[in-house]
Design a protein around this ligand. Structure first.
Ligand SMILES: C[S@@+](CC[C@H](N)C(=O)[O-])C[C@H]1O[C@@H](n2cnc3c(N)ncnc32)[C@H](O)[C@@H]1O
Length: 328
């Protein structure tokens, strides 16, 4: 793999995340999306604490080896999915922690490395996998039924012309498999008109495919449930999201667990039973934190970032201890 073509990943809302986690000596924090290690480094420098950095991308963790050498006793790097957070920690003999942070989505290293296939700025094979295994974007595009493609584009990309794009994909792949970012982007542009805001019509399709390839919706739900299980009372949860689909899930999870939404989730008992449960989180702030002017001018990627945070109460986790996958 060639080196990332662009600048290294700049951590987003770093000061705000640190303020939420408020690291203290002797405590343990999980950076569930290690990436370029921006949050982990800041936590380790702020207090004599321990950090467990998790990433599903072995390339990100390999780059973190230098930081691990600098903090040999205090930084542990684990390759895996944060949906398996509790199991990954248990594998290292760790039961509970004092803070968990998620900084969702892809890193600049993903977007700026052409052969990862995340960006239509480069013509490259349609891969889009954050990890090292599973089907690629090309695999999904060339095998899924049209109706499933349309669902993915509509649900994960909020593409209003999902059916038209799915139909064009199926017509094109009958001639020859769709293999490259350039092929897909031109195909979408041929059926979705350019918007007045200047956003490329292929943007929503690329986002949708990335979410589907990496099962990001399911990972987020499982990650939030796992954080609830592993956080000590008083431990803090910080989540940075970059699109409205994710932010909705996080907001709903936190408000529900804080007892602010009375209704049950789809696999839970009725409203009366749900209402009796003790809140497992207390919200830290009613509104999400967004980037200030200084950060926005230095880092355009911060434009859509929203940080939500909550503090764990002493109530037992709302769900059992199995690998739940239900809507939080
Ligand atoms: C936005 S970057 C994190 C950047 C990091 N905060 C920093 O300051 O460098 C997100 C990272 O999370 C990883 N990631 C995304 N989904 C994941 C998942 N379900 N499990 C583990 N890692 C994941 C990606 O591979 C990527 O490296």
């Amino acid at each position: 793999m060639t080196a990332a073509a662009g600048s290294p990943h700049r951590p987003v809302l770093l000061a705000e995340v640190l303020a939420v986690l408020a690291p203290r000596a002797g405590k343990r924090y999980v950076d569930a999306t290690f990436g370029a290690g921006g949050y982990s480094r800041a936590l380790l420098e702020a207090a004599d604490c321990a950090v467990i950095g998790i990433d599903r991308d072995p390339t990100a963790l390999a780059l973190g080896a230098e930081l691990a050498r600098r903090f040999p006793e205090r930084l542990t790097l684990i390759e895996g999915r944060f949906g398996d957070l509790a199991e990954l920690l248990a594998g290292r003999g760790i039961g509970t922690v004092d803070g968990v942070v998620f900084d969702l989505g892809v890193s600049s290293m993903h977007l700026d490395t052409p052969e990862r296939g995340f960006s239509f700025r480069f013509n490259a094979p349609l891969d889009m996998r954050m990890g090292a295994d599973g089907p690629t974007a090309a695999d999904l595009l060339n095998t899924l039924p049209e109706i499933e493609l349309a669902r993915i584009l509509f649900e994960f990309g909020e593409e209003r012309r999902a059916r038209r794009v799915a139909a064009a994909i199926v017509t094109a792949r009958q001639q020859a498999p769709i293999q490259t970012t350039g092929q897909l982007a031109s195909l979408v542009r041929s059926v979705v008109p350019a918007a007045h805001d200047g956003i490329d019509p292929a943007t929503r399709t690329f986002q949708a495919l990335r979410v589907a390839v990496n099962e990001e919706d399911e990972e987020l739900r499982r990650g939030l449930l796992a954080a609830e299980r592993v956080l000590n009372p008083g431990g803090r949860l910080a989540v940075v999201a970059f699109h409205s689909l994710e932010d909705r899930v996080i907001k709903d999870f936190m408000r529900r667990r804080a007892g602010l939404i009375p209704g049950p989730s789809r696999h839970q008992p009725g409203p009366a039973a749900a209402g009796r449960r003790q809140p497992t989180f207390q919200l830290l702030g009613r509104r999400p934190v967004t980037a200030g002017e200084d950060e926005l001018s230095a880092n355009p990627r911060a434009r859509s970032a929203k940080l939500r945070a909550a503090e764990r109460t002493s109530a037992p986790p709302a769900m059992g201890h199995g690998p739940e996958t239900e809507v939080p």
